[in-house]
Design a protein around this ligand. Structure first.
Ligand SMILES: Nc1ncnc2c1ncn2[C@@H]1O[C@H](COP(=O)(O)OP(=O)(O)OP(=O)(O)O)[C@@H](O)[C@H]1O
Length: 336
């Protein structure tokens, strides 16, 4: 396996009226070529801003910590430090779309309402694939076909608002893939869709990712979705990765009480009518980040005198997996 993205020690702070907050603190993860990393956690855990940082899409009030490193290996093998790219530079424009594509929950965030779908796709195709207008149009139609849009030759001349929600999401996937990215970031792309369409779009994304050999970061709050689409998973809580490893292993044998809570929140097929058991309590605000382990305020297994005082180190008991929890250290076990 070859590493296409390596994020090390990423911290993100914002200047706000209440002072400086740091909603992402020391996050590290890698994405392998041809594999999908699922980034999972409740709303506010810092999933979106961690990936927006890669594309320099954070607002001007944001600052990256001095030790943050985001190294991307481009298609030609060149290693690019994403944090050093200048705003408005030619290189950043090339990276956005042509190397790293992004799909959002709301397709209208990517589409302009005033141009046809075809025009927008053709622009990306001409810029990133160097095709002429006529070829670009054919390519766009082929891409719409690929994502399962029927009658693509007519749809290509429609405006985004003329498509249904599920169709628009497929068209956005086609638009993003038109630029030929090697790495795709999908930020809750199916959350706004109804359940049947959600499953179809997930299947489509998994098939396209495999067929095109792309790396993918898939952001979701739902571990059930991770089980369907991800090879690897990183579980985020209040700006920190609390557990990571191969998705199958983490789901089969979760080590962190937060991951266990997220898994308990998924209704099993045999018990679809049971009440969901969400992780009790609310995620604290980054302005009031608890000391020690950030999860200790909601953890039913917290060790008094340890978890609220000291931040746990990352340890690994299962090959390829890592967890940040005092329960998995000899020090924590003897204090329990
Ligand atoms: N522009 C901003 N200014 C100040 N703080 C911000 C800004 N954007 C995000 N944050 C802070 O970062 C936290 C994490 O935001 P982020 O959007 O990454 O969460 P998330 O895990 O993706 O949640 P969701 O699933 O709701 O998108 C927010 O709760 C907020 O405190």
């Amino acid at each position: 396996m070859s590493k296409m993205l390596s994020v090390e020690n990423l911290s993100i702070s914002f200047r706000t009226d209440e002072g400086v907050i740091t909603p992402v603190k020391g996050v590290s993860f890698t994405v392998e070529k041809g594999r999908t990393l699922g980034l999972v956690g409740e709303s506010g855990s810092g999933k979106s801003i961690s990936t927006k940082a890669l594309m320099q899409l954070l607002p001007g009030t944001a600052r990256l910590g001095a030790a943050s490193r985001m190294i991307y290996t481009a298609k030609d093998g060149q290693q690019i430090s994403l944090g050093n790219l200048r705003h408005g530079s030619k290189e950043l424009r090339r990276i956005r779309g042509g190397e790293i594509g992004m799909i959002f929950q709301e397709p209208m965030a990517s589409f302009s309402p005033v141009y046809t779908i075809g025009n927008q796709m053709m622009e990306a195709i001409m810029l990133h694939r160097g095709l002429k207008k006529r070829e670009a149009r054919q390519f766009a139609i082929g891409m719409l076909n690929k994502v399962g849009i029927s009658n693509a030759a007519a749809r290509v001349d429609q405006y985004p608002h003329e498509l249904s929600g599920g169709m628009r999401q497929r068209a956005m996937i086609a638009l993003t893939l038109s630029a030929g990215p090697a790495l795709l970031i999908a930020d809750e792309p199916t959350t706004a869709l109804d359940v049947t369409i959600q499953a179809q779009v997930l299947d489509l994304m998994r098939d396209l990712q495999r067929e095109l050999g792309m790396g993918m970061i898939f952001i979701t709050h739902d571990l059930g979705v991770i089980a369907q689409i991800a090879d690897d998973v990183a579980v985020m809580y209040l700006g920190t990765i609390v557990e990571r490893g191969p998705a199958k292993e983490v789901i089969r044998n979760p080590q962190h009480p937060y991951t266990q809570g997220l898994l308990d929140a998924i209704p099993s097929l045999d018990h679809l009518h049971d009440r969901l058991k969400p992780v009790p309590g609310d995620i604290p605000s980054p302005t009031a980040r608890p000391g020690g382990c950030p999860f200790h305020t909601r953890c039913t297994q917290a060790i008094a005198g340890t978890c609220e005082v000291h931040e746990p180190p990352e340890t690994s008991a299962i090959p390829g997996c890592a967890v940040r929890c005092w329960l998995h250290t000899s020090q924590g076990r003897s204090a329990a």
